[in-house]
Design a protein around this ligand. Sequence first.
Ligand SMILES: Cc1cc2nc3c(=O)[nH]c(=O)nc-3n(C[C@H](O)[C@H](O)[C@H](O)COP(=O)(O)OP(=O)(O)OC[C@H]3O[C@@H](n4cnc5c(N)ncnc54)[C@H](O)[C@@H]3O)c2cc1C
Length: 331
Amino acid sequence: MYLDVSARLPAEEIRRRLPSMHHQFKELADVDITAEPMEVGPTCHYVMGGVEVDPDTAASKVPGLYAAGEVAGGMHGSNRLGGNSLSDLLVFGRRAGLHAALYSAALAEHPLLDEEQISAAAAEALTPFEGSGAEGPVENPYTLHQELQQSMNDLVGIIRREGEMEEALKRLAELRERAERAVVEGHRQFNPGWHLALDLRNMLLVSECVARAALERTESRGGHTREDHPAMDHDWRRVNLVCSLAEKPAPDAQIGVHHQANPPIRADLLALFGLDELKKYLTEAELAAPTVPGPRSAGAADADGADTDSAAAGGAAADGAATNTQTGADQ
Ligand SMILES: Cc1cc2nc3c(=O)[nH]c(=O)nc-3n(C[C@H](O)[C@H](O)[C@H](O)COP(=O)(O)OP(=O)(O)OC[C@H]3O[C@@H](n4cnc5c(N)ncnc54)[C@H](O)[C@@H]3O)c2cc1C
């Protein structure tokens, strides 16, 4: 696919507005985007789902664990607008650091580590050097990683379909079984194969979260596009899908998904928007609530600097299903 900005903007304007893109295409591909089209392709750009945190303190559900940035879910709803990551990191990074320090200072005594748990975790981490002893041929972590990438790309990609996501869950179960037989060579000192073998377990769990939540969410919203459910459904806006380790893990299901009601949008935030904009996202019941502002022109909302997409998404799904994809290099 080709994107041609040269036909839309004068060369000087392109250099001024897209300096790094202009520079990168010239240096890396010898393409002058002020004069010719650039080849682009979709890629996974940002994960909107992540660790569930309290917005004011960045505290997770695990005592003493704080999360900010791309690993934290919920900040951008179902679609991060280009460029919002930096402000996310600054605002929520500060909150996380501050509240982690306050939490630590307030502890009467420092928690003791459980030596048995540490030994068990260390032994598990070293398994890929010895092999787990599980029956079947030895597996290479790089091969498993490549197959995992390809499966998620093909089956839980940009346009999602029920049957394909079900197929993805089957493949994930097979990959998990094979990953138990991953073996690496070499030593503990800087060993990317070993690191990958350790990461695979988490990658498989996160992939299952993405696939299960995407299968559950029978609508299209932001970066989550269902061919079989192409419209946005207002009722789904009030639901977050929360993934956690299944209470009774099965070979083909390590993750459980539950519906969690979204808290209502605060009145002072709602007041930033025009009614016409809110109508696109809120349910009838919410629109009838006394906190919803009266009719306001879109221009008034824009003049306040309100970013309509991000605010709508802010109250929207924070599940692990949405990844946004884009082609530009400057977002
Ligand atoms: C191509 C591209 C272009 C983008 N452009 C923009 C843009 O123009 N503007 C914008 O606002 N956002 C942009 N983003 C998004 C933005 O860059 C990211 O969301 C942001 O950098 C995330 O920061 P972070 O600190 O949360 O996570 P990261 O930057 O991913 O930092 C996480 C760190 O943790 C380390 N780590 C991981 N595992 C372990 C471990 N087990 N032990 C120790 N360390 C570990 C990683 O190595 C990494 O250094 C872009 C993203 C992409 C992919």
